[in-house]
Design a protein around this ligand. Sequence first.
Ligand SMILES: Nc1ncnc2c1ncn2[C@@H]1O[C@H](COP(=O)(O)OP(=O)(O)O)[C@@H](O)[C@H]1O
Ligand SMILES: [Mg+2]
Length: 572
Amino acid sequence: MAPLANPTRERNERIVELYRSGVTLQEIGDRFGVTRERVRQIVARAEGAPKRRTGRAGNDAGRASSERVRLRIGNLAKAVLVTGQAYQDPKDALNEFVSNAADEYAELGSRGERVRVLLRRKGKRPVIAIDDVGRGMDPDRLRQVARSLFESSKAGDARTLGEKAIGLLAFQQLGGRCDVVSRAEGSEETWTLRLERGRADASLARERRRPRQLAGTTVYLTELEPEVLRVLTQRKVVDYLRRRRSAALARGDYTIEVVEGRSAELVTAEEPQGVRIEIPAQPTLWGRIEFALYVAPDAVRQRRVAVVGRAGTTIIDDLAELDEFEHEPWISGHVSGQILFEALQQSTGRRAVLLDRDAFPVFRDAVRSVEPVVARTVDQVRREVDAQTADRLSDTLRRIFGRVLKELADLENPMRTLVGSEIGDGGLLDPVETDGRDGAGPDQGDAGDSEPTLDDLSPGTPPPPPPSDDTASNDARPDRSRSRNLPTVAPDPEPGHARSRFDPDAGIVFFNDRHSDYLLVKGDESSLLDYLSTLVAKEYVVYNNPRASSEDIGEEMVRMLIRVRRHLPRRR
Ligand SMILES: Nc1ncnc2c1ncn2[C@@H]1O[C@H](COP(=O)(O)OP(=O)(O)O)[C@@H](O)[C@H]1O
Ligand SMILES: [Mg+2]
């Protein structure tokens, strides 16, 4: 049996605990059947009788002369105000309320639910409201929220961002008043907890004017600062939330809509640009570090790598804000994306990584370890394919295809048409030269000119010859004289999503020089040649097999590619 050692002492400890959590003397007294005064004495003894307490605890043996002084907040209203004004930017304060809605969905385990931010900045009574359709709060819960500052029920919950239970106080940076209007699940009543700037108490009342139709919570922020009204435009709020929450948004954890007047805008996760660098996640004692990094061909100053912590929320927009990473490739303007590490802590009220002794060093080492591969990719993508290279490649390509098409013709190729019986020369490929690679000239696409010399190589095979046994008229018929040329390749002036497209009139295979696969190979000439010849093969096969089944297309593609490969110069 549990020893009933000292029931009075246990009771007193419980009383002190309750008092410290914000329950009033009267309520505690009522609960334990003692007077308010008695409760006060018990609390006073616990908090203000150092000698007796230390003596009893007997744990200060070596420091007999020292006195334990319990910290207390001398001015609660001031503490509340100061705590609520720790935010760098009004958007950061607003973000606290979005976090609470997101946390609610996370706790609930629902996905894709809507958080709405409503802005009314004009008129006599400007208001900002943040609305969710979570479980809402009943009056008891609302009371408890007001009484649990710095003691969040979410602390330790990895799904949520909240942990300090001071986020609500952020309203003071935006306006004079904050109404938390909530309807609890299973209840038909709407209740409001009203907080006012610089006040140490809140009011709780049944809401009549703004009853909710559904369970959930709407926080109304009013008596807004003029500065806030100026800064918190729909555009800015959308951009801010996109930056701060793109990981969670991309994952579909929840959706956010920002409404002002008749305009409602859904916040979407940022669209990454360029080639994705495949970097495996790194397991650590504090969880995985994940990398979602992209390298774009053009440098944009604002393009930076964000550091994302718990609950998919961005801690800093730019990794290079950290002294350790204020260098290439992070400042190149080519790299975007995120590094995700749930264990990283955000410092209170500021958008900064808490430089603790556990998670941060692990993070730092992991990021350092991926720097070389990121830098290499940036180099690769930065390197321009100069006009000379493009020309030479186009030349080589035509030779390759001249030979390939000849071979296919010999093989009773159903795709063949104008194939003559003469094999062109060009039996040997000129080695691809590598000089001139460092030229800075942009890819001019000079390769687009049809070289007459290629006609020697081409035994009259058009790039996409009209199928001889196909009477379908849906094929564009290339002009005969042109079609005698082998395909040329050129960068697409109007690139779409595909890697390439074929212009039958011009006989040009246009490649998409924005495509991540192109970016991946362009830094290496032999990879580039391999890639471009694959594209030409694809266009050739697709063009010549307009109604073929996917299986047939696949077969044709392989048939062509293995021949193309045989004629590609050997990789060095
Ligand atoms: N939209 C909401 N839905 C449900 N509960 C909420 C909502 N907003 C605030 N709360 C409750 O109020 C508490 C205090 O919020 P806050 O001051 O932001 O602290 P924290 O999020 O760190 O816990 C939360 O822990 C939560 O229980
Ligand atoms: Mg919070």
